[in-house]
Design a protein around this ligand. Structure first.
Ligand SMILES: Nc1ncnc2c1ncn2[C@@H]1O[C@H](COP(=O)(O)OP(=O)(O)OP(=O)(O)O)[C@@H](O)[C@H]1O
Length: 296
């Protein structure tokens, strides 16, 4: 295991921001910390990055109790850039801070500028960069020293759709080389890149598992069927239909007994000479499953 946190807790005065959180990250795993504003995501990430001392609980990183920051890359939610620096100077600064030897640094900077798509902006001042460019530079800064774990706090939340896509694509590339832990309040962003999801609310873990597990919580047994001809009343005798209601003689909403019932329904329709013009799921979406878990 790359990182194991047990009963991680952080209190600010009487307020418990993170409450007995257990979390594990394997090598090259991408984990999304998903939760609404104030859930405790930033506080958790800062503790795991070694920037904030937990009130109680333990963290083991690379088998040791002390977090070795050389192996961690961190991108804060609101990175503080020096606006007068150029992209190249900024990476030079970040690379020196991470202790990259001078003879390797120039090569690394070129590699990062190209990875972040900022070759043409290398000598431009960061102050004039768009939000997307800044975020790509921030990501380049966080990974210049090839950490084993990259911690990203809401890396795409402030970006427009194209900036979002660029950063998510970079993350998809990076996860081949290192573990990534990132926070977001958008399930869709988590779905794009991560393997594991940890849902957090009021500092507590609400649910954790992978996307396959979460998808299982969608309700695929609630379907809508529309046909060219009138459907008729044979559905009431089929034991794979548990409920149904007609919105018109040609359209019916059904609750099926299990996912296998779909095939039976469709083949029965064909047998009865019905032409299917529409068939879709009307169940819970992934977003519904997420919201339901959060409200529990
Ligand atoms: N330094 C601090 N002092 C006091 N309270 C704090 C401090 N930092 C965070 N908190 C509180 O702890 C809770 C969790 O905050 P945190 O920033 O970790 O949440 P978050 O999930 O990252 O939220 P957001 O998405 O809004 O950034 C909030 O109620 C916040 O007000």
């Amino acid at each position: 295991m790359l990182l194991t946190a047990e009963k991680l807790t952080k209190k600010f005065g009487v307020h418990t921001a993170v409450d007995q959180l257990d979390l594990t990250i394997k090598d090259n795993e991408c984990v999304a910390l998903l939760g609404p504003n104030g859930a405790g995501k930033t506080t958790t990430l800062q503790m795991l990055a070694g920037l904030l001392t937990p009130t109680s609980g333990s963290i083991r990183f690379l088998g040791k109790k002390n977090i070795d920051r050389r192996f961690i890359g961190y991108l804060p939610q609101y990175p503080a850039f020096f606006p007068w620096m150029s992209a190249k100077e900024y990476l030079q600064f970040a690379g020196r801070l991470s202790g990259i030897p001078n003879k390797e640094l120039q090569g690394k900077i070129e590699e990062m500028l190209s990875f972040a798509g900022l070759e043409n902006a290398r000598n431009k001042r960061v102050g004039g960069f768009s939000g997307g460019m800044k975020q790509r530079l921030g990501l380049a800064q966080a990974m210049i020293h090839e950490p084993k774990l990259l911690i990203l706090d809401e890396p795409v939340s402030a970006l427009d759709p194209s900036g979002r896509r660029d950063v998510l694509e970079m993350m998809n590339e990076l996860k081949k080389k290192m573990a990534i832990l990132f926070s977001t309040h958008v399930l869709h962003d988590a779905e794009q890149v991560c393997d594991e999801i940890v849902m957090l609310k009021d500092g507590k873990m609400k649910w954790s598992g992978n996307l396959v597990d979460l998808r299982k919580m969608q309700d695929g047994n609630h379907v809508v069927l529309e046909t060219k001809e009138e459907i008729g009343h044979w559905l009431k005798t089929e034991n794979y239909v548990t409920e149904y209601s007609f919105s018109s003689p040609r359209e019916v909403e059904l609750r099926l007994r299990n996912p296998g019932s779909r095939n039976r329904l469709l083949s029965d329709c064909m047998e009865k000479g019905l032409t299917i013009t529409h068939f879709s799921e009307k169940g819970r979406t992934l977003e519904d499953a997420y919201l339901e878990l959060m409200e529990q």
